[in-house]
Design a protein around this ligand. Structure first.
Ligand SMILES: NC(=O)c1ccc[n+]([C@@H]2O[C@H](COP(=O)([O-])OP(=O)(O)OC[C@H]3O[C@@H](n4cnc5c(N)ncnc54)[C@H](O)[C@@H]3O)[C@@H](O)[C@H]2O)c1
Length: 419
């Protein structure tokens, strides 16, 4: 029986991507014997060879620590262990917007042959409500022939980390653990209490599933509000950011920063999990989603308006990732804006030093002979360079237009709307 004692306890982490790899390293650092499993052979090979497939602050340093080298290995298939932690992706089907749980199903099916009495299965992946009890529990009971809650244990511990801050947040965030029964939750707490310094709250599985979706939906709806207010401000011809700054002087108002849309693996899809759970009661959530989904098109039209009157304008787009100071391109609204303008026939070149193949030496250099620079994602380096050399850059341009649309990475927006 797993009892939280780390010495010689083995943990298999399924899915060693943005969530699973930092978690596996963190568990290895505190002494568990960790096997990171991924169906993507390239991911396994790269990690085995020491070349990491994702970028994250501190990742290289921690990966190369002695304790990690000793305790962490990777494999293409699961082996027997005391604990299995599922961190595979849970995307949306692109056309139907329905949750695609095929990776969860294949991950559970892959561990079934290795499951033994007393094992604990934890799911960190974000799940639509009722997935633990209606999909995962029956899959384990049928495949492993073990009763969940009595012979093997099942808990959902949704991940809350923010890319860029993952290792810090893994330790200092508060965690919610939902057990299929109280014993499952208590056993999962033993694992997390070995490295989490935040509070750990126990609940049931469905509440934990719902809590994660409520968090990201709260963020999505509030970002949509900020975006909508910025569009109204534009119609009225006033400065949206200044109006929001002034509104936030009210002691009970906290409007987030407007942006070019919402990206990343989580925020654009998690609200859909709630919408599909209860379509009749989620009209506000649906509307917010649509507002955020429409932003790239609105930003593209803003650029078109800006360039009216210039014949065959040459545009430089700066920043391509889904948020500042990250190399993550998943669901990036910047890419949508660029695609939209390209499809309209605009001559647009995209640059981002976080993105392979799109690097540049200096803004002044790439802006030469351009008509317009559109800053879609204001990485700290872009912000600093523009602050220092904006005038110099403008003198080298044909039509010195610099449109700074994307939000920058300001510390006070950390828990107030960074996405
Ligand atoms: N990225 C984040 O910041 C973040 C934050 C909170 C929650 N989440 C949630 O965590 C989950 C994982 O997200 P991610 O960003 O790490 O995804 P990811 O795509 O970076 O990693 C998932 C990995 O799982 C692997 N995989 C797929 N099926 C597998 C299987 N059957 N067995 C073993 N490996 C398998 C994939 O090859 C991939 O490498 C998602 O549900 C996401 O919503 C992500």
């Amino acid at each position: 029986m797993f009892n939280g004692d780390k010495m010689n306890k083995a943990i298999v982490v399924l899915g060693i991507g943005y969530v699973g790899l930092p978690l596996a390293i963190t568990l290895a650092r505190v002494g568990y014997k960790v096997t990171g499993v991924d169906v993507n052979k390239q991911v396994v090979r790269s990690i085995r060879e020491g070349s990491l497939t994702i970028k994250e602050n501190n990742l290289e340093t921690l990966f190369n620590e002695e304790e990690v080298k000793k305790n962490f290995k990777v494999a293409e298939k699961p082996c027997s262990a005391d604990v299995f932690i599922v961190c595979v992706q849970t995307p949306l089907d692109r056309t139907s917007k329905l949750p695609d749980l095929s990776h969860i199903v294949s991950a559970i099916e892959s561990i079934n042959p290795s499951l033994k009495k007393g094992n604990l299965v934890i799911v960190e992946s974000t799940l639509p409500p009722l997935t633990c009890r209606k999909l995962i529990k029956p899959l384990i009971e049928k495949g492993a022939k073990l009763e969940v809650g009595k012979e093997v244990f099942l808990a959902h511990c949704p991940e809350r980390v923010m890319p860029g801050q993952t290792f810090h947040e893994l330790i200092y965030n508060n965690r919610i653990i939902g057990g299929i029964n109280p014993k499952s939750a208590r056993l999962a707490r033993e694992v997390y209490s070995s490295f989490v310094k935040g509070n750990i709250e126990l609940t049931d599985d469905v509440t934990a599933e719902m809590v994660k979706l409520m968090e990201n939906t709260h963020r999505d709806v509030n970002i949509a509000l900020a975006n909508e207010l910025s569009l109204v401000a534009e119609t009225l011809g006033i400065n949206a950011k200044e109006a929001i700054r002034l509104a936030n002087k009210h002691p009970r108002v906290k409007i987030l920063s407007p942006g070019i849309g919402v990206g990343g693996h989580c925020l654009p899809k998690d609200p859909w999990f709630l919408i599909h759970s209860d379509p009749k009661n989620t009209s506000l959530i649906l509307t917010a989603r649509k507002v955020n989904e429409s932003m790239p098109e609105k930003i593209a039209s803003k650029v078109r308006k800006f360039l009216k009157g210039i014949k065959d304008p040459k545009i430089i787009a700066l920043g391509m990732t889904y948020k500042p100071d990250s190399g993550d391109l998943r669901e990036s609204p910047a890419i949508e804006v660029i695609r939209n303008l390209k499809e309209e026939g605009y001559n647009i070149s995209a640059y981002d030093n976080f993105v392979k193949g799109h690097e540049y030496d200096s803004i002044a250099n790439i802006a030469k002979a351009a008509d317009c620079i559109v800053v879609l994602v204001e990485h700290t380096s872009i912000k600093k360079e523009l602050e220092k050399t904006e005038n110099e850059i403008k003198t080298s341009m044909k039509n010195p237009l610099v449109l700074r649309i994307g939000t920058s990475y300001e510390p006070d927006t950390f828990d107030r709307g960074q996405r």
